[in-house]
Unconditional design. Structure first.
Length: 199
């Protein structure tokens, strides 16, 4: 299976220990900036899975990205993070990250509903900070620019990061897409994403 996965902020590979060999794992702001993620997505393929910040990046560049993939699953997407979360939350996270990167990331993972994993040694706090700065500013509109009947939007019923209305609003930008509510929180295990991709 030709599979590409775009993770979320602090969505390190260790969060997904069952990630299949040979698939592409893209980690925004932990090795790749926005342009780097977009360049990697231009290749296209059979399946594209994206979670949280990764799903936002796919939505933001949907006219370029969506036509290149046969099936797309977007978990916990949003058009604008600060459209539903006050910008001060990100400012507080950035302040905490500057003094305690490990603790800040661990607290975020726990709020997502994931077992916290360490920050990889090759990921600098400055990269993570750039990701938070990106979330404070990045936005896309809901204009239905490209057909999206090959897209499935997933959202956890107990998501404490992205509310259901934020994920549902993404459907305006994705004509023909389906929506599926899941048990659980913001974090979506890879097994669930893979099952959705094959369904």
């Amino acid at each position: 299976m030709d599979l590409t996965f775009v993770s979320g902020w602090a969505g390190f590979p260790a969060l997904f220990p069952d990630f299949p060999g040979g698939a592409r794992f893209l980690a925004p702001f932990a090795g790749l900036d926005e342009a780097g993620v977009l360049a990697a997505l231009e290749r296209g393929g059979d399946f594209l899975l994206a979670w949280s910040t990764g799903a936002h990046l796919v939505l933001k560049h949907r006219a370029l990205v969506l036509p290149r993939y046969e099936r797309v699953v977007l978990a916990a997407p949003f058009l604008s993070f600060t459209g539903f979360t006050p910008a001060r939350v990100l400012r507080l996270m950035r302040r905490a990250l500057a003094t305690d990167p490990a603790g800040t990331v661990a607290a975020f993972h726990a709020k997502c509903g994931a077992a916290p994993v360490p920050v990889p040694g090759d990921v600098a706090p400055a990269e993570l900070d750039a990701g938070l700065a990106f979330l404070a500013e990045s936005a896309t509109d809901a204009a239905p620019r490209v057909p999206a009947d090959h897209v499935l939007v997933l959202h956890g019923a107990d998501d404490a990061i992205v509310p259901a209305e934020a994920a549902r609003r993404c459907l305006e930008a994705l004509p023909g897409a389906r929506f599926l509510a899941l048990d659980g929180g913001h974090f979506v295990p890879l097994s669930v994403l893979l099952e959705a991709a094959g369904g």
